[in-house]
Design a binder for this molecule. Structure first.
Ligand SMILES: Nc1nc2c(c(=O)[nH]1)N[C@H]1C(S)=C(S)[C@@H](COP(=O)(O)O)O[C@H]1N2
Ligand SMILES: [Mo]
Length: 156
């Protein structure tokens, strides 16, 4: 007779990597350590139409700032070359610029959601939330990695 082990809920983790002084692996419960925002979001999906969700979680900017991005915070121009690449466990990915979420530039209130419609995302992993996006495609769910990159070389 085979014995089954007790069920263990998987805990998803996001790897923060790249040009950071403090790379980290964060679970969804870890995200509750930052001030929480709550937003009602509507977006259109090309295949399933208009969606409405309530997301809660910290600002992506707060979380990434604490990981120590490798720019001089006193020199605003230094941040402008930094990219933020966000990857879902299924391979869906998108790139933001640091300036897009920086309070001195685009000031977009982008969230790293820890819950959707009141349901914690502990098992699936956090979801990127861009309240200003009309299209839903950048609302990446099940985020597994976020890479901050200011050191890429010129492509030409
Ligand atoms: N990881 C992951 N996130 C994703 C996608 C995906 O394929 N993979 N599709 C995006 C698209 S196209 C849309 S419209 C929204 C849909 O979100 P919903 O399923 O909550 O309505 O999720 C986005 N996030
Ligand atoms: Mo979509």
């Amino acid at each position: 007779m085979s014995r089954s082990l007790p069920a263990v809920d998987p805990v998803a983790e996001v790897a923060l990597s790249g040009d950071l002084a403090r790379p980290a692996r964060l679970s969804v419960p870890d995200l509750l350590a930052w001030p929480q925002r709550r937003v009602q979001v509507s977006f259109e999906c090309a295949t399933s139409g208009i969606q409405h969700h309530c997301f809660a979680g910290p600002l992506l900017h707060d979380v990434l700032s604490d990981a120590g991005p490798a720019f001089d915070p006193t020199r605003r121009k230094d941040r402008l070359r930094f990219l933020i690449a966000v990857t879902g466990a299924d391979g869906h990915h998108a790139v933001l610029s640091w300036a897009e979420i920086d309070p001195d530039f685009g000031r977009a209130s982008v969230l790293l959601a820890a819950s959707v419609d009141g349901t914690p995302l502990d098992g699936a992993g956090p979801q990127l939330v861009l309240p200003q996006d009309r299209c839903g495609a950048r609302h990446i769910s099940g985020i597994s990695a976020i890479r901050v990159d200011g050191g890429y070389t010129a492509w030409t």
